[in-house]
Structures are given as structure tokens and as C-alpha cells.
Design a protein around this ligand. Structure first.
Ligand code: AMP
Ligand code: MG
Length: 349
């Protein structure tokens, strides 16, 4: 089967029964590409040890080959077989794993000389990105596979990430072998990526584990400098500005949406707008964890329904820059970023 040509009906729908999880594991072990839910978003899973399987993931997503993938494991012990854990940052990696795994934290570490992760998955970098995700089904699946599983978000590169199996099917039906329906994702935004390969830890991407929670263990942390918007190849992978993009343009920090806009809002912001306005409230009580869990569903919904109604844009209300709000703001800023041709092609997936 050609990886990136649609073949309707060839994507199996699996549920989280014994049979469903075993079938998903079997397909991945044989080099297939299977989407499954984690606590963050749906991932597009393939054996990190197979150049062929990983190449299919890049092709299906339209992801640039220089953008490395996160490798998923059922346990910390399995994950750390792939890395060198020397010195103070090695000790810190152990502490962070003990504290946050299974969970939405990815650690970037120097690659072990005997790592089985293929160069295609790690974009030939001397480092590897490792994570142990949370969730009963994904844990069972990874334990059955018992090998590193690369799993970038199960969407076309640069588009809105999927937080339900329906989102995956909408974008990738016929392009992948199966989708394991594990329900909607509890955290709803991608993992926090922490680089432990330099002199000190650096946050490469805000995500499901907050900076405050990390700093309790690591001390003060810095984020990388933002990439210039014209960059086609970022110095830190995953830092391109245009990403998570709906087809409608996105306008940020809006308290009074225009009639021709759909409104993505938080708290009681929707009480002051016209009853005709198309609205998705991320969390009526202003709870940022609930807002994160509902972000990608909201963007999917407003994009579809707004397009159907002939609206011109999605307006997003201001999000506080605290806790997981940093991850939400990051995703919205990238959804709103200008989309040059270069970036459309070079977005991370
Ligand atoms: P995604 O697969 O879309 O969730 O994105 C994975 C994120 O992890 C991207 O931001 C990647 O660039 C980042 N990543 C993966 N491997 C590495 C690595 N070896 N060094 C730095 N960042 C990495
Ligand atoms: Mg992604």
C-alpha cells in the first residue's frame, strides 16, 4: 500500500477491548502506522526502530524530515535505555521521570551509542526525545509492543492537533492502518518538551506539565529565543511560528468579536456578545486545565462551523499567562501566525 495515498475503508477502527489493543500492537510491531490517544493528543504511532515505518509517518503527515519525533515507552527503564544519563542533568532526568512519568513531559537527552531509534526518527541528531505517556490503553499498547514508538500528533503537519478519534479520521482516513479509539484526551495539549542536552535545562515547548511544576524540581528555567518567522529550518526543532492552524485566520486577545467572527472564549466573556455569535467557551468557570482539554476540539468546531456559515475568522479571547495557560497561549499564537508558503511546508507536526 502506498503510504500517503488515500484508500478509503483501509483504516481499521479499533476500540480499547483486548482484541482492539492487541490488533493495534500487532500492526505497529509489523511496521504499520496506527493512531492512538494519549493524555495529550492523538499520536501517529510507528516503530522508532524501523526506518521504513517512520518514513511513512513523515509522509502521511507531510512533516519535514529535519523535525525529530518523540519516542514513547511503557516505563522509565525502557526509555532510559536509549539515552546517556551522565552528570547533574542525568540525575535531574531521573528525578523528573520519577516525578512526572507517566505524564505529559518529554525529555531530550544525549542519544545512547547503542540506541535502537533510527536516524530518520531522530532527524540524525545526537539527541533523543523520550516520554512515558499516561493512560491505561496506551500503557498496555506500549507494553505489548515493547520497543520505542514514535508518535507525533496524528494530523497533517501544521494543522490543528487531534484530541478525539473523530479528528484523526477526519484528517487521515485511508492514509493510516488503524485508529485505536481511546476516547477524548484528558490534558488536551501536547507534552512539555525539556532539553537536557546543554549546560542547563531549557523548555523547548510549553505543554501539559507547567513551568511552575518543573521549576519546583529544576529551579528557574528559560525558554529558547523565538524563531524568526521567515526561518524554514529552526535551530531548535518544533519552534516554527505557524502551526496548529485552522483554515480560518485567527485573531488574538479579542474581547469584542466582530459579527463575522466565530468566538473562542474563556470565562464569562460570552455573556457580553450577541446571541447569534458562533461561540465555543473553553471553560465557563475560567479553569485553565479544562480550557486546555477543550482547546483543539474548539478550534476544530469553530473552523468547520464558521466556514460552513461563511464567517471570516476565529477571534480568541485573552488567556492568562500562567500555569497551563502558557501552553494555550503558545498554541493560539502559532495558530494566528502569518502563514508563509515556507512555513506551511516546514511546520512541525
Ligand atoms: P510533535 O511530534 O509534533 O509533538 O513534536 C515533537 C516535539 O519534540 C517537536 O517540537 C520536536 O522538535 C521536539 N523534539 C523531538 N526530538 C527532539 C530532539 N532530539 N531535540 C530537540 N527537540 C526534539
Ligand atoms: Mg504536532
Amino acid at each position: 500500500m502506498t503510504a500517503h495515498r488515500r484508500s478509503p475503508s483501509l483504516t481499521e477502527r479499533l476500540d480499547v477491548s483486548y482484541d482492539g489493543i492487541h490488533r493495534a500492537a500487532d500492526l505497529i510491531k509489523r511496521g504499520g502506522v496506527v493512531a492512538f490517544g494519549t493524555e495529550t493528543v492523538y499520536g501517529l504511532g510507528a516503530l522508532s526502530t524501523s526506518r521504513h515505518a517512520v518514513a511513512r509517518v513523515f509522509a502521511v503527515k507531510g512533516r519535514p524530515s529535519f523535525n525529530p519525533l518523540i519516542n514513547h515507552f511503557s516505563s522509565k527503564e525502557r526509555a532510559f535505555e536509549e539515552a546517556v544519563l551522565d552528570g547533574p542533568l542525568g540525575t535531574l532526568a531521573q528525578q523528573l521521570a520519577d516525578h512526572f512519568w507517566p505524564g505529559p513531559l518529554t525529555l531530550v537527552l544525549p542519544r545512547h551509542p547503542k540506541s535502537r531509534i533510527c536516524d530518520t526518527a531522530s532527524a540524525a541528531l545526537p539527541s533523543v526525545a523520550l516520554r512515558v505517556p499516561r493512560g491505561r490503553a496506551v500503557q498496555q499498547l506500549l507494553a505489548l509492543i515493547d520497543a520505542p514508538v514514535a508518535a507525533p500528533s496524528a494530523n497533517r503537519s501544521g494543522r490543528i492537533s487531534p484530541s478525539t478519534a473523530a479528528h484523526v479520521v477526519e484528517g487521515l482516513d485511508g492514509l493510516i492502518d488503524a485508529v485505536l479509539n481511546t476516547g477524548s484526551c484528558a490534558v488536551g495539549v501536547e507534552s512539555t518538551v525539556l532539553d537536557l542536552t546543554g549546560d542547563k535545562p531549557v523548555i523547548l515547548r510549553h505543554g501539559g506539565v507547567t513551568q511552575d511544576a518543573l521549576e519546583e524540581i529544576c529551579g528557574p528555567l528559560s525558554s529558547p529565543a523565538p524563531q524568526p518567522s521567515s526561518s524554514s529550518r529552526p535551530t531548535a526543532p518544533g519552534q516554527l511560528s505557524s502551526h496548529y492552524a485552522p483554515s480560518l485566520p485567527v485573531r488574538l486577545d479579542v474581547t469584542s468579536p466582530r459579527p463575522e467572527e466565530a468566538y473562542l472564549c474563556l470565562g464569562n466573556a460570552d455573556q457580553h456578545v450577541d446571541s447569534q455569535q458562533l461561540i465555543w467557551n473553553l471553560s465557563p468557570s475560567g479553569d485553565l486545565a479544562e480550557a486546555a482539554a477543550r482547546l483543539f476540539s474548539g478550534l476544530h468546531f469553530l473552523d468547520h462551523e464558521g466556514t460552513r456559515r461563511g464567517l471570516k475568522a476565529i477571534a480568541a479571547s485573552p488567556i492568562p499567562a500562567q500555569g497551563i495557560g502558557l501552553a494555550l497561549r503558545d498554541r493560539l499564537q502559532r495558530a494566528a501566525a502569518p502563514r508563509s508558503v515556507t512555513e506551511e511546508n516546514a511546520s512541525d507536526g
